[in-house]
Design a protein around this ligand. Structure first.
Ligand code: ATP
Ligand code: MG
Length: 401
């Protein structure tokens, strides 16, 4: 039997008091975006649930998409049938023939919101349970945690059968927490940071620093491909390429190597902040993880962070590398991230970066640089590209379909 509808249950939404309405609207918007290539699907967002009327669209293709939409706790595909006892009995039988393999326990859970219907829920449980016994006399009923819980809902517009509850991605609908700029390298950590930010409702734009000809076309493409892996959670992401060659050459030529890293990171942060301001973002996000490398000691963070008062969210700061890798594998960014294309940081990495940079020295060395000039030149050379749903979704789900 083909699904006619998917019933979506909200996650944390329900605790959000008067923001609830805007959360639901944002979720509906995000669902609509991820299903943009299914124009027949109609979305009805109600206070407690959302109903997706499939109108002939194939539920199989829609389910994996919904599993990536943050703000959904779980959902149940369902089949609408006529509100008629005989039709219900045969439908329940047909459905059970499809799913029962001979060993599962079951129960019927009937509910009616149409109180004028001829049978109440208890009567329906009995009638439909007996219809199942008619075809499978040996099937066992189990009230607590049955293998198959066949839900029957009598609503005003029809009767709905469902037997699955599919886990959603949880979190909050992307866009309900405002926008942040994600510093996205080609590494393992920053895409995971982006994933976690989106999970808490933050809309992200990806900022990537490229230093051609020192960094390759492949390194840039890798950053875009990683961004594309994050697209199914949102529908589309703006990818902002920042020309960084001049900055790196200047630092390398004018500053002692122990301070290259600190000064480079400060420039990245200044530029990201300028982009954030221009594009009305609220915060900056990055993939820094405490103690991983020289730039990620607390002393380094203090020295780098000094250039801005904009909040910087570091979703993976306290995670172990192995924990981060696990998530990277789940969201399928790991394999891409470990491809060996050098990014701007590895190429200009000094042999011995300072793990405890001194602010006086940082300030002293920065006086040798035309910081404002470099910022305005880099800002003038930004390349912005929208990475969209269609191509990314097709790729992400290619093996599922
Ligand atoms: P990642 O795995 O995300 O590359 P990492 O462990 O390699 O992180 P670093 O290279 O020190 O760590 O970078 C720390 C953070 O700085 C990155 O997570 C990212 O947010 C930001 N960053 C580094 N390089 C770039 C870049 N070329 N473009 C944009 N952001 C960058
Ligand atoms: Mg890196």
């Amino acid at each position: 039997m083909n699904y006619t509808e998917i019933m979506v249950r909200y996650g944390e939404l329900s605790t959000k008091g008067k923001n609830r309405r805007s959360f639901i609207m944002q979720l509906a918007e995000n669902v609509k975006r991820t299903l943009a290539d299914f124009p027949d699907v109609k979305i009805h967002a109600e206070r407690d649930r959302m109903h997706l009327l499939l109108n002939g669209a194939d539920g199989k293709h829609i389910i994996p998409r919904l599993q990536k939409v943050f703000g959904i706790q779980n959902f149940s595909p369902s089949i609408r049938v006529e509100k008629d006892i005989e039709v219900l009995k045969t439908s329940v039988q047909t459905l059970m023939k499809e799913i029962y393999t001979g060993t599962e326990t079951f129960k019927i859970t009937a509910k009616r919101s149409d109180h004028s219907f001829v049978q109440d829920s208890n009567e329906l449980n009995l009638t439909l349970g007996n219809a199942v016994f008619d075809i499978f006399p040996d099937i066992r009923v189990q009230m607590k945690k049955p293998d198959i819980n066949l839900r029957v809902e009598i609503r005003m517009d029809g009767a709905y059968l469902s037997y699955e509850t599919i886990q959603g991605a949880g979190g909050l609908p992307v866009g309900t927490s405002g926008k942040g700029m994600l510093m996205l390298s080609g590494g393992i950590d920053s895409p995971v940071a982006g994933y976690y930010a989106m999970k808490r409702g933050v809309e992200i734009e990806a900022v990537h620093f490229a230093s051609p000809p020192y960094t390759s076309e492949q390194a840039l493409q890798k950053a875009k491909d990683l961004t594309e892996k994050l697209v199914p959670y949102v529908g589309s992401i703006q990818f902002i390429e920042v020309p960084f060659t001049e900055v790196q050459e200047e630092i390398k030529n004018r500053v002692p190597q122990g301070y290259w890293m600190t000064l480079t990171r400060r420039m990245m942060l200044r530029l990201t902040d300028a982009i954030r301001e221009q594009r009305h973002g609220l915060v900056i996000l990055n993939g820094e993880s405490l103690g991983q490398v020289a730039s990620q000691t607390l002393q380094s963070m203090v020295a780098i962070n000094e250039v801005t008062t904009t909040p910087i969210i570091r979703p993976v700061a306290t995670m172990d590398k192995l924990e981060i890798i696990e998530v990277a594998q789940e969201i399928d960014t790991f394999e891409l991230a470990i491809q060996p294309f050098e990014d701007c940081c590895t190429i200009f990495a000094p042999p011995q970066p300072k793990t405890r940079p001194k602010l006086e020295k940082v300030h002293l060395y920065e006086e040798r640089l035309d910081i404002d000039g470099m910022i305005s030149r880099a800002m003038a050379g930004l390349k912005i590209e929208q990475i969209t749903a269609k191509q990314a979704i097709d790729e992400a789900f290619a093996d599922l379909l």
